[in-house]
Design a protein around this ligand. Structure first.
Ligand code: PLP
Length: 431
C-alpha cells in the first residue's frame, strides 16, 4: 500500500457497499427518517429521491408499519421456519396471492432480492429435473441486474461490477435489450435461443431494467417475450424486486402486459422498505414437481431467518396499506407529478432519452465520458448532496424514484437541483 493511500484510510472499521473508500472517506450520518426525508447528525434534512435504494414506498417510518413491527417483536421475534409456521407469514402468503398475477399459487420466503432470484433459479432447475427432463441453461437480457451473489451475478450483465468474480460465474445465454424500434431483434434472439438450447428459464426485469441504467421497454414487448417462452415451454421468471409495489404505476409491472409469470420475485417494497424480506412465487406445476415422498425432490433452500415474523409483520402492514384506495390514488398522483416535472427536460438539448415508467423518471446527460466509472456520477452525487437531495446517478444516468409520500414541492427541489447540476457541467455537443 502506498503511503498516501494509508494516510486517507477511513477511521471507521465499516466496509460500505459499492463504496470506494479512498474516494469517499466520509459517510453521511443519518439519525432519523420520516416520510420522504432523512435527517442527519449535522442537522440537515435530505429529500430521499431514490427511496433509499429503491425500497421505501410509503415513506420512512410509516406509522402503520412501525406499530405492526412493534407489536410483533414483543410477541414472536423469530422461529425456525422448517416444520413451523406463524400467523404473519400465513397472512402475507394468503394476501399476496390475491393481488399477484393469476396462476401463481405458492410462496417461498427469503431475505433479499438476490436470494429470491437464487430461489427462482433453483425452483426452475428442480422443476425440470423432477419431471424427468433435466434442463439447466438460463437465458437473460442484456444490461439486466438480478443481485450480487455469485448466482445472480451470473444471470446479470457482465462488466465493471463483476469482472473480478467472472471466473466463478456460470455461463448463460443473453438476448439484446429491446431498444425502441429494434424489438424484433430481441424476439428473434429469444426464439432462436429457446429453439437451439432448450433452456430451463428466461429471467427478466419487467418494463424497467434498474441497475442497468433505468432502461425501459413497453408492455407489448414483455407480453411477446412471454409468448415466445410459452411456445417453447421455457419457464418465465419475472424479477419484480425493483418494479413491484407500485413502482411502474401499477402494483406489479407484469399487470400492464397481462403476463402471468411462471415464477415471480418480490422484495424491496415488500415491507414498505422497512425490513429485509423477499418472496419467490411459483405456479402449481413447479411446486407439484417437488411434491413427493421422495426426499431427494425437496427444494433444498433455506436461510436462518426465512420468513422472520417481524419482517412478515412489516409486509403484512404493507399489504394492508395497499388495500386502502388512498394508496392507489396517491400512486397515481406521483405518476402525474413525475410526468409534469420531467416535461421541461424532454426538450433540453443537454439531455438524451428523458423517460418515465410510472413513478420512475430517468434522463441521460450528454457528457463526453459516460460509463459507470466516469467521473460524472460521483461529481453529480456530490452536487446533489450539497443541495440536500439524495440522488445517486448510474454513470451519466440521473433517475428519480421517490417514496410515494413525496410532495410536489419536494420534487420541485429535486428537479431544480438536476437542472442546476446540468448548468454546472461541461457538455458534449448535442449529437
Ligand atoms: C435490487 C435488485 C435485486 C437484488 O436485491 P437485493 O435485496 O439487493 O439483494 C435483484 N433484482 C433486481 C431487479 C433489483 O433491482
Amino acid at each position: 500500500m502506498r503511503r498516501d493511500e494509508a494516510a486517507t484510510k477511513p477511521r471507521t472499521p465499516i466496509w460500505h457497499p459499492f463504496t470506494q473508500h479512498a474516494l469517499q472517506p466520509e459517510m453521511t450520518k443519518v439519525t432519523r427518517g420520516k416520510g420522504a426525508y432523512l435527517y442527519t447528525a449535522d442537522g440537515r434534512r435530505i429529500i430521499d429521491a431514490i427511496a433509499s435504494w429503491w425500497v421505501v414506498t410509503h415513506g420512512h417510518c410509516h406509522p402503520h408499519i412501525v406499530s405492526s413491527v412493534q407489536r410483533q417483536i414483543a410477541t414472536l421475534d423469530q422461529v425456525i421456519f422448517a416444520g413451523h409456521t406463524h400467523e404473519p407469514a400465513e397472512e402475507v402468503a394468503e394476501e399476496i396471492l390475491k393481488i399477484t398475477p393469476d396462476g401463481l399459487d405458492h410462496v417461498f420466503f427469503s431475505d433479499s432480492g438476490s436470494t429470491s432470484v437464487e430461489v427462482a433459479l433453483k425452483m426452475a432447475l428442480g422443476y425440470w429435473r423432477n419431471i424427468g427432463a433435466p434442463r439447466s441453461r438460463i437465458v437473460v437480457m442484456e444490461h439486466s441486474y438480478h443481485g450480487d451473489t455469485i448466482g445472480t451475478m451470473s444471470v446479470g450483465a457482465r462488466g465493471t461490477f463483476n469482472r473480478t468474480y467472472e471466473p466463478l460465474l456460470f455461463d448463460v445465454s443473453s438476448v439484446p435489450f429491446p431498444v425502441q424500434g429494434g424489438e424484433q431483434r430481441t424476439f428473434d434472439a429469444l426464439e432462436a435461443t429457446c429453439r437451439r438450447e432448450n433452456p430451463a428459464a428466461f429471467v427478466v426485469e419487467p418494463l424497467v431494467l434498474g441497475a442497468g441504467g433505468m432502461l425501459m421497454y413497453s408492455p407489448r414487448v414483455l407480453a411477446e417475450m412471454k409468448r415466445i417462452c410459452e411456445a417453447f415451454q421455457v419457464l418465465f421468471i419475472a424479477d419484480e424486486v425493483m418494479t413491484g409495489w407500485g413502482r411502474t404505476g401499477t402494483l406489479f409491472a407484469c399487470e400492464q402486459a397481462s403476463v402471468s409469470p411462471d415464477i415471480a420475485c418480490y422484495s424491496k417494497g415488500l415491507t414498505g422498505g422497512s425490513l429485509p424480506l423477499a418472496v419467490t412465487l411459483c405456479r402449481g406445476e413447479i411446486f407439484d414437481a417437488h411434491y413427493s415422498t421422495d426426499r431427494s425432490r425437496t427444494l433444498f433452500h433455506s436461510s436462518s431467518y426465512t420468513a422472520n415474523p417481524v419482517a412478515c409483520a412489516a409486509a403484512k402492514a404493507n399489504l394492508e396499506l395497499w388495500k386502502d384506495p388512498a394508496t392507489r390514488a396517491r400512486l397515481a398522483d406521483v405518476v402525474a407529478m413525475q410526468e409534469q416535472k420531467l416535461a421541461p427536460f424532454r426538450t433540453d438539448p443537454r439531455i438524451a432519452n428523458a423517460r418515465q415508467t410510472g413513478t420512475i423518471t430517468a434522463l441521460d446527460l450528454r457528457v463526453a465520458d459516460a460509463g459507470y466509472l466516469a467521473g460524472v456520477g460521483p461529481r453529480l452525487q456530490a452536487f446533489f448532496a450539497s443541495r440536500d437531495v439524495l440522488l445517486r446517478p448510474l454513470g451519466n444516468t440521473v433517475y428519480v424514484m421517490p417514496p410515494y409520500c413525496v410532495t410536489t414541492e419536494d420534487l420541485d427541489c429535486v428537479y431544480a437541483a438536476i437542472g442546476d447540476a446540468l448548468d454546472s457541467l461541461p457538455h458534449a455537443p448535442p449529437s
